[in-house]
Design a protein around this ligand. Structure first.
Ligand code: HEC
Length: 277
């Protein structure tokens, strides 16, 4: 009886454990890789279809100070029109803010700290005022990608032909006025016939070189403005999956754990099989 139990344990249990460990070792990295890969695919596809060149967003999800600054810009400049209805205010406690900091610095609408980031404006009004309803921004970074957002929020210029007076290099004829114009300043689009290009191209239409000129500086310098937008985009990406950083850390921990377990399990198997042969 004792022998049988031992046989079952050694011949079935130990190899099974070994197999499971091995399989987990193989599957875990794949799982770690798949999620970011899925994130990468859609923005890449979007970029090619839009035409405008996108700048790479210099963001870092582990930089909590940057995320805090981004959250602040977001609450101050975006939530008047947009909601983020998958996000609760007190989730910001994960970014190292305490309840009173969130209430005092970020919330202006009299909402409670456990509430969702909702917006007072109705979709109907929004359509009337801007021609389009501002979409919920909870997962906008997943839909558009960080680079698109970074380029879009830096791409506004004055355009008197538009109802809001603003146009955008990435999102042509956008319904959203530049929410950060006090920070960025006002730019205009300048078209110049560029010499030499016409003859090279070989067709009749005059080639135009387009550039954007600052006509009224904002309260930030262009470099500071880029940093502020990077922080904001960092926060938008965080909001798309607040647990992403934790998820990756857990993944790495699990891998290390399994790696540490592997030699032990192997030794155990050798020990069990020693007498059987
Ligand atoms: C004055 C209201 C208003 C404010 C403030 C505002 N937006 Fe918008 N936003 C809009 C409207 C309206 C649209 C829809 C534009 C369209 O579809 O033409 C829009 C569209 C967008 C889009 C494009 C969504 C898509 O994929 O089609 C993004 C991204 C965006 N807003 C981000 C922001 C961010 C970030 C802020 C804060 C810095 C902000 N918005 C502040 C009104 C606003």
């Amino acid at each position: 009886m004792k022998k049988l139990a031992r046989f079952v344990l050694t011949s079935l249990f130990a190899p099974a454990l070994l197999l499971v460990s091995l399989a987990a070792l193989l599957v875990a990295p794949a799982a770690l890789l798949v999620a970011p890969a899925a994130l990468l695919v859609s923005p890449a596809a979007m970029a090619s279809e839009g035409g405008a060149r996108l700048d790479t967003a210099p963001i870092n999800q582990t930089d909590v100070i940057s995320l805090q600054r981004g959250a602040r810009t977001f609450a101050n400049y975006c939530l008047n029109c947009h909601s983020a209805s998958l996000m609760r205010w007190n989730r910001l406690e994960e970014l190292g803010l305490n309840e009173s900091q969130i209430m005092d610095n970020l919330m202006f609408t009299g909402a409670k700290v456990g509430d969702l980031m909702n917006v007072a404006m109705t979709r109907k009004d929004a359509r009337k005022w801007f021609g389009a309803a501002p979409p919920d921004l909870s997962v906008i970074a997943r839909a558009r990608g960080a680079d698109w957002l970074y380029s879009y929020l830096r791409g506004f210029y004055r355009d008197p032909a538009r109802p809001t007076g603003w146009n955008n290099t990435v999102f042509e004829n956008v319904g959203m006025p530049n929410p950060l114009w006090q920070l960025q300043g006002e730019r205009v689009r300048v078209e110049q016939a560029s010499k030499g290009v016409e003859s090279k191209e070989g067709h009749g239409a005059a080639a135009m070189a387009v550039k954007y000129e600052m006509v009224k500086p904002g309260s930030l310098t262009p470099v500071q403005y880029d940093e502020a937008v990077a922080d904001l985009v960092n926060f938008l990406v965080y909001m798309g999956e607040p647990a992403a950083t934790t998820r990756k850390q857990i993944g790495i921990f699990v891998l290390l754990y399994l790696l540490a377990l592997l030699p032990l399990v192997y030794l155990l198997k050798r020990e069990f099989w020693k007498d059987v042969h």
